[in-house]
Design a protein around this ligand. Structure first.
Ligand code: SF4
Length: 300
């Protein structure tokens, strides 16, 4: 997988591991009349999501660069991804289905310790349970997913893309799995319980992926239940997001609008004044926000 030759204003070439050229997302529409002042190198789905829900939270994270301590759910999700992706990488290279023992050995010996290191060590993670229990839960979830690897056709795992959507900076991202033969792209989700449809934010995520790889996106949900289960678009068609070229145009426009908003906030408030603290309107956003302590929405 590789990101190729992004050149501002000249569109994009995104090339897969096999050399296949995917759809460029060129568009010439301009942002508002304000000069571009936002000190940002690229935009992404997660950045868009945070900006939409709370501009102040977004400024703390993406402008001031104040990192949130990693929560257990993030660690479990990434560990599960890591184990599954090793299985897919192995299949891509060997053209055979990986043995479960091999996948689990790699999960325990490489994925988990590297991830905890990357998060700054076990002491930096906000655990709700004992770390060993979380590690074992991840292994159970990888085990539950393992049989599904046999029906996938991996072309690129953790496929990186960079898109020109007609804004001053590119939109970057990673797709968990791009398959051969035009089959749907896959995104893995870990969830508390089974679900049969996509969350609204997953739909937006899929639409951004579709600017890079214009195909349906199939969300594979792996539950954290006592007996982990897997639900995919084959089980529930609500987990499959179809591709539409008309929607592509709207997605690019939406991304430009969001960047226009962020640029306007920066031009108006700069890095020092408070940006709108809109998370207060959301049912759980503030409860999980690392920037609540000094947030004006919570001054008492
Ligand atoms: S506490 Fe709530 S309103 Fe304040 S920055 Fe965080 S999400 Fe936004």
């Amino acid at each position: 997988m590789r990101i190729e030759d992004f050149q501002q204003g000249q569109g994009l070439s995104v090339v897969s591991a096999s050399g296949a050229l995917y759809a460029p997302a060129a568009d010439t529409a301009l942002l508002g009349e304000l000069p571009w002042v936002l000190p940002l190198e690229h935009f992404s789905f997660s950045s868009l999501q945070m900006l939409e829900l709370c501009p102040r939270q977004w400024k703390q994270r993406y402008i001031l660069g104040i990192k949130e301590p990693p929560a257990q759910a993030l660690v479990l999700g990434r560990a599960t991804h890591g184990g599954i992706e090793f299985g897919l990488d192995t299949k891509m290279v060997t053209q055979t289905d990986p043995a479960l023992d091999l996948v689990l050995s790699y999960y325990h010996d490489a994925v988990w310790p590297q991830l905890v290191d990357e998060m700054g060590g076990s002491g930096e993670i906000l655990w709700d349970d004992k770390p060993d229990l979380v590690r074992d839960k991840g292994a159970q979830m990888v085990t539950a997913y393992h049989p599904h690897i046999s029906r996938l056709e991996p072309e690129a795992v953790e496929y990186g893309f960079s898109l020109d959507v007609g804004a001053p900076i590119p939109v970057k991202g990673w797709i968990d799995l791009v398959q051969r033969n035009g089959r749907p792209s896959i995104d893995f989700k870990t969830a508390k319980a089974r679900r049969s449809d996509v969350k609204p934010e997953w739909r937006v995520q899929a639409r951004i992926y579709q600017l890079a790889v214009p195909r349906p996106v199939d969300f594979h949900v792996i539950t954290k239940t006592v007996e982990p289960a897997v639900v995919t678009g084959l089980d529930a068609e609500g987990l499959l997001v179809p591709h539409s070229e008309l929607i592509d145009q709207e997605t690019k426009r939406r991304l430009r609008q969001a960047l226009d908003d962020a640029n306007r906030y920066y031009a108006t408030y700069g890095p020092d004044e408070e940006w709108p603290a809109r998370g207060i309107h959301h049912d759980w956003r503030c409860s999980w926000c690392a920037y609540q302590k000094d947030c004006p929405a919570w001054v008492s």
